[in-house]
Design a protein around this ligand. Sequence first.
Ligand SMILES: Cc1cc2nc3c(=O)[nH]c(=O)nc-3n(C[C@H](O)[C@H](O)[C@H](O)COP(=O)(O)O)c2cc1C
Length: 190
Amino acid sequence: MKKYIVGITGASGSIYGIRAAEELLKQNNEVYLTITDNGKKVMSYETGYEVGDIIEKLKNIGKINLCNNNDLFEPIASGSFKVEGMVVAPCSMSAAGRMANGISLNLLDRAADVCIKEKRKLILVPREAPLSNIHLENMLKLSKSGAVILPASPGFYIKPQSVDDMINFIVSRILDSLNIENNLCKKWGA
Ligand SMILES: Cc1cc2nc3c(=O)[nH]c(=O)nc-3n(C[C@H](O)[C@H](O)[C@H](O)COP(=O)(O)O)c2cc1C
């Protein structure tokens, strides 16, 4: 059983992180979930789900560990705690800025910092429009440090029939980036 971290920040699109955690669990991985304070607020506003609802749902799928994002004593704060990789979906521009500058104000920031220093997979799913030079420079810096920048911008060539199809497009790309086989969306040429 491999371990993955899923982080959810206060950018729009917590559903991407929730669905990514679901798919990781379905494939028998262990998930450490950490959600920023703003992430909880925006998630509740957008989806109507509170953290407890999410955990109830995920507990029925597999091994989910809810971390306290304000507790830097959690296992994922240390490089000696081995994980396969981390997904931050959605990733706020604020979180990207903190990560790009090595500033760990909470557990999510610190876990991402650990992935960068340990050269582990770090998939960031930013959502902002338009992007300022500051946002772009921060993301370039993160990309140069090994992070994968995977914007929450679904392709329309799959001819999505529902919002779910569009979400699955992004979740599929997240799993692809982690080298995890999936059939969440039809692959081009398949
Ligand atoms: C409804 C709502 C939607 C937001 N959407 C975004 C967004 O898409 N991208 C972004 O970077 N920030 C967005 N923000 C702002 C972030 O929540 C804000 O920058 C916050 O400080 C991020 O904190 P965090 O990185 O600790 O989660 C949104 C805020 C609200 C209230």
